[in-house]
Design a protein around this ligand. Sequence first.
Ligand code: GRF
Length: 196
Amino acid sequence: MLSIVVLISGTGSNLKALLEACDNPLYPAKVLAVGADRAAEGLEHAELFDKTTFVVQPESFDSKDEWAKVLASNIDIHQPDLIVLAGFMRVLPKSFVDRYYPRIINLHPSLLPKFPGAHAVRDALAAGADETGSTIHIVDAGVDTGPIIAQQSMAIAPGIGEHELHEQIKKIEKQQLVKTIESIANGEIKLEEIAA
Ligand code: GRF
């Protein structure tokens, strides 16, 4: 059974999809705890599924490294096999990434390396792209630069707005997240090999 700590910043719809999948006794992963960098709305999903939650806000620390150290100690209590960033909108310092590499994965709403950063959906629309998609990758010390684990593309409907397009991408992200974690858990996807 693959054990996971999920980190979020927002609504947590991907977290919810993962919690629902883990509720099936045949699914080979379990969420141990959910952390956030703010009082994120999505923590409600964790509470509904009786998961431990923790919030570690960067504003409470003098440096990013100090913040990340406390974040890491909250994670290490649970000794997870994997850390999943599901809409966690902070760049983690190298000290944190090195501590867990390659066991942190991130969801990103574009076909990386296209449109990294916090406004991937907006940037794809502004560039006039006719397709986009979702990516799951191993987190390294860059911004959305780590080794790619899975990608799925989709067409961008002409005239679609940012919010609607992001919702369409989130639908494929959820399936991709649940499937990718299942494959990591059963050994079909080996993070060490992808990272090598
Ligand atoms: C997702 O699109 C994810 O790729 C991005 O942030 C969004 C989080 O959505 N990093 P939600 O909080 O899971 O609804």
